[in-house]
Ligand binder design. Structure first.
Ligand SMILES: C[S@@+](CC[C@H](N)C(=O)[O-])C[C@H]1O[C@@H](n2cnc3c(N)ncnc32)[C@H](O)[C@@H]1O
Length: 331
């Protein structure tokens, strides 16, 4: 099978290379005592932390990929940003499968490029194809949070989006064509280091799910993505600002000074600790107009007084924003 995996070197430090898509392997057993009141994290808590995957799920599950793809598509349509399935889609950080892109192709997308910091797709990349095709042919409603624990992007309707989709794209003939020549539809580039891996002005829709909180240089990543999008093209990013197990509270990672974060190796948790406002600024600086963002607010966790001096500039709104679906347009 000629699924194309491309490795693009040499590394320039652009993408961070995590050891696994959502690795928390290196989270220290002891959360710095001075910061988190001397609490030691026991084995059970540690494995709970490891098991907690914030915003991302198992992309090797067809149902998860279906939910992610449909949620981005329908949310953009509900926001008035899309009327039909786009022709060309790129995904940043697909993780362990290209299922989100396959769901797109089975909905009518003609070309999908997946770009990751490291190669995480193992085994048969087309494994979820048949199940995804069945879900689309059966007009499966978009799973709710109980069925699939991703509630974001939030939707008004979970009905199958018949009007957006090309019904021919999931026919048995279409599935056979994808199986025969997947390289006609799919590119997978990992690791990526240069924005040249995707031609400029070539992408209609760029999506990411639970990725931008892991990117080490968000300015460079948003700038590359802005280049890839054609004028009027749309970016749809689901970003999770939670502590990813590095603290006892969902927003406790902002109690750590920069040096504790570095010395205790907590940054190896793979998150950049950037709040919503920093992402919005980086998007605008990259030449993307932020059209809207739907924020999930969480008033539990630490309050303003507990934030470390290094994070004093953090607004109350940022401190309470647990995740956001951000949509932006290339102007
Ligand atoms: C939490 S996983 C999410 C995977 C998948 N999107 C999901 O919904 O489960 C984070 C992903 O972001 C990727 N990532 C981190 N930094 C990146 C970068 N600079 N460029 C592309 N992908 C990146 C990781 O390699 C990983 O695949």
């Amino acid at each position: 099978m000629c699924f194309r995996r491309e490795a693009v070197g040499p590394r320039t430090g652009l993408p961070a290379i995590p050891s696994s898509p959502c690795s928390l392997r290196t989270v220290r057993r002891t959360i710095p005592a001075a910061v988190e009141a001397g609490v030691t994290v026991g084995r059970r808590a540690l494995s709970r932390i490891r098991d907690r995957r914030h915003g991302g799920g198992s992309t090797s599950s067809a149902a998860y990929c279906y939910a992610v793809w449909m949620r981005h598509l329908v949310a953009l349509s509900e926001a008035g940003l899309l009327a039909r399935v786009p022709t060309s889609v790129a995904e940043l950080g697909p993780g362990d499968s290209i299922g989100v892109g396959l769901a797109g192709i089975l909905s009518g997308v003609r070309s999908y490029v997946a770009v990751d910091a490291a190669v995480f797709v193992r085994g048969d990349p087309l494994e979820p194809l048949d199940e995804l095709a069945r879900m689309i042919r059966d007009r499966t409603p978009i799973p709710d949070v109980l069925e699939m624990p991703i509630g974001s992007p939030p939707l008004r309707s979970r009905e199958f989006p018949l009007a957006l989709i090309d019904p021919e794209a999931s026919s048995p003939e279409a599935v056979a064509a994808i199986r025969e020549r997947p390289d006609r539809f799919v590119r997978y580039v990992a690791p990526w280091t240069m924005s040249e891996i995707i031609p400029p002005d070539s992408v209609d829709l760029l999506i990411s799910q639970a990725v931008m909180e892991h990117v080490s240089d968000v300015e460079a990543a948003y700038t590359a993505m802005a280049k890839w999008l054609r004028k009027g093209g749309i970016a749809s990013h689901q970003v999770d600002f939670r502590s990813h197990g590095t603290a006892l509270t969902w927003n406790g990672h902002w109690r750590y000074s920069r040096s504790v974060w570095r010395v205790a190796n907590l940054r190896k948790s793979g998150i950049n600790r950037l709040p919503l406002s920093a992402h919005l600024r980086a998007l605008e600086a990259a030449g993307l107009e932020v059209v809207g963002h739907v924020d999930q607010i969480d008033t539990e966790g630490i309050d303003d007084g507990a934030v470390h001096d290094d994070w004093r500039h953090l607004s109350s709104a940022d401190l309470r924003t647990a995740s956001a679906w951000i949509n932006a347009r290339r102007t």
